[in-house]
Design a protein around this ligand. Structure first.
Ligand SMILES: O=C(O)CCC(=O)C(=O)O
Ligand SMILES: [Fe+2]
Length: 331
């Protein structure tokens, strides 16, 4: 099925230099409301955020292209991590347009450095500095959005340290242009298994979000906008108030697409649970508490392949449908 042009996904401007981004101001509360509405209705929104400069963004994309085009496959394949979705994934067949790299805990300079040393014998200090700066700024944007979510539900400061303790994983991706005028899948339809995601691209279209009526909505982007996506753990945390947005990448035309995503990854041992404030008579608890890492491994298991991505969390943790026992995994 094709997709409609974007007209529904909210665009929320985080004006830098105004007091809107100062917690507690009227502008802040207005943004909190818009963020919450967007997360509850669509599970995503576009945020315009000029604190991340165009220069750093352009440089990061230039370095990503250098990584994709100049590093030999044997080196790319050294980007391995036992956690699902954290490693290099190359085009494994003619059918696949996707290539992606993962850097765990990428707001930590040493993690980026370790990655760069695997890719380039000289360790590419400029790559490390630029990419680490970009990730730190995207992490800051994510922290602002999470603070808005917390405030929008009136949960106050106390939830910040205990909400979901996390690190930021970076994925850098390339989607090859299909060679003809085909409309081809770059990434299958899914909900994110990490808590939340911030995506930006090189202004080549491709990202689509499933709207309320099941129709796919194409997202466009600009040099200063990012897409925030609610993942399954955040949806569970909110007792189903926020929606985990189903999304995919579809490619057409003759231009490759590059994208960068930072994922909020709960640290190992984190138990995802709904705070009592989200539960009342009208809204009984929907999910059992679960270990985040167990869920991550489950969602990439053979067993989960038989289940639609958006339903995996229900199969794993719903209190009302039959559950699948957590699997043993070795890290
Ligand atoms: O490349 C994109 O725009 C989307 C990537 C994505 O959805 C993912 O990696 O989970
Ligand atoms: Fe995703």
């Amino acid at each position: 099925m094709g997709a409609d042009a974007e007209f529904q996904i909210p665009i929320i401007e985080f004006r830098t230099g105004s007091s809107d981004l100062t917690r507690g101001t009227e502008g802040w509360h207005h943004l909190c409301k818009r963020v919450r509405d967007a997360c509850e209705t669509y599970g995503c929104f576009r945020v315009v955020y000029e604190r991340i400069s165009r220069e750093i963004r352009e440089e990061t994309f230039r370095l990503l292209k250098e990584l994709v085009e100049e590093v030999p496959l044997e080196r790319k394949q050294k980007n391995v991590n036992p956690k699902p979705y954290h490693s290099y994934f190359g085009p494994c067949s003619q059918q696949s347009l996707y290539e992606g790299f993962g850097i765990e805990d990428a707001s930590n300079f040493d993690s980026v450095k370790r990655f760069a040393q695997l890719m380039w014998s000289h360790g590419h200090p400029y790559f490390c500095e630029t990419v680490n700066t970009m990730v730190k700024q995207m992490e800051e944007l994510n922290n602002i959005i999470w603070a808005m979510i917390i405030d929008s539900y009136g949960l106050g400061e106390k939830y910040e340290p205990v909400m979901i303790n996390h690190k930021t994983m970076l994925r850098m991706m390339k989607y090859m242009a299909p060679s003809s005028e085909e409309y081809r899948r770059g990434l299958h339809a899914h909900t994110d298994k990490l808590a939340s995601t911030i995506i930006c691209d090189d202004q080549t279209p491709g990202l689509e979000i499933e709207g309320k009526d099941g129709r796919w909505i194409k997202l466009s982007s600009s040099p200063t906008s990012f897409v925030f996506v609610v993942g399954d753990p955040l949806m569970v945390w909110s007792n189903g108030r926020m929606k985990a947005a189903k999304h995919r990448v579809m490619m057409t035309g003759d231009k490759d697409r590059y994208s960068i995503a930072t994922f909020t990854v709960p640290v190992d041992g984190t138990v995802i649970k709904t705070p009592p404030e989200f539960v009342d008579e009208q809204r009984p608890p929907l999910f059992k508490d679960f270990d985040f890492t167990d869920f991550l491994f489950f969602s990439f298991s053979e067993q989960a392949k038989l289940i639609d991505s958006a339903d995996q969390i229900y199969a794993f943790a719903s209190l009302s449908s039959p559950q699948i026992p957590a699997q043993n995994h070795a890290l």
